[in-house]
Design a binder for this molecule. Sequence first.
Ligand SMILES: [Fe+2]
Length: 365
Amino acid sequence: MLEALGLKEHIVAELAEARGRTLRLLEPLSDEQLVCQHSPLQSPLVWDLAHIGHFEELWLLRRLGGAEPIFPESDDVYDAFEHSREERPALELLDPATARAYLADVRERVVGALERTELDPDDRLLGDGFVFGLVVQHEQQHIETMLQTLQLSGLPHDAGGPSPVTPGEEVLVEAGTFTMGTDTGWAYDNERPEHDVEVPAFLIDSAPVTNTRYAEFIEAGGWSEPPFGWERDGDGWTCCRHGSTAPLAPDEPVQHVSWHEADAFALWAGKRLPSEAEWEKAASLGVLDGTGQVWEWTGSDFAGYPGFEPFPYREYSEVFFGSDYKVLRGGSWATHATVARTTFRNWDFPVRRQIFAGLRCARDA
Ligand SMILES: [Fe+2]
């Protein structure tokens, strides 16, 4: 663990890194682009912006420091559980300039509060700066959500995209027990507690499925619809990205496929999706190439690990447990390193494809 002083410096740097990324992403957009709703699946960008500040204020100024709310009438507006994304454009949202000023105000107070706070290792919220980590990761995760919005709307951004991968071979992972999850650092409740899992032998592809391979699946009639963003161009395909259309990059991992599509691809290839445990075991052995380019759908439903305890609030993970959601692993090109750890668990409905999600295949040994 970092020493207390080093830890505070680390937190300040992580907060600043996230904020720089948020502001750079939204800087080129007009107020109109920030305020309008680009897709019913996504919030107006200005909602995400103010919600980032609201979450930070709620946890670091109000819960931790007992401060009064800055905009008491907005509490309900920025509570993600009060209104669906579809409803959010009709709410009384802070305008972009007010939202930016609000974020700056909250941040200034937070940095002051951090200086005065003792990061007591015996306090669950403060130990390892956990609650500050919660806020940093929340902002980084919303940046990825906002990038999804930009992708859906065709608005430009310069945040990059997936890098090409080398189509690999299958790797055998021998049967045996491994330690799944973690009890350390800023890991979320759903990654805890670490526990031993017995995994039978399996084979897993060393690389995620590429666009070329996925196009073969479409051409073969394996699925009627191409991934989100693909357009027919003669015998080939183009792909819309960063607001412009370009030929599909053959060696990039396929993205914007739903769980159903990923599952159908794996079956077509004579394989299956890996379970979460298989994915994490293979990742912890270092046999997976190309992780962190696209989220990888797994065959697993989202569930709590044995001994799961909701912390610090049920609505982060527990309310989503069950067979409605499938787990994704690995992080995408839009996922910040602070979030993209081997134990991190993402989840979504199996029909969704606005996320930067692809797959890699596995099979029984
Ligand atoms: Fe949020």
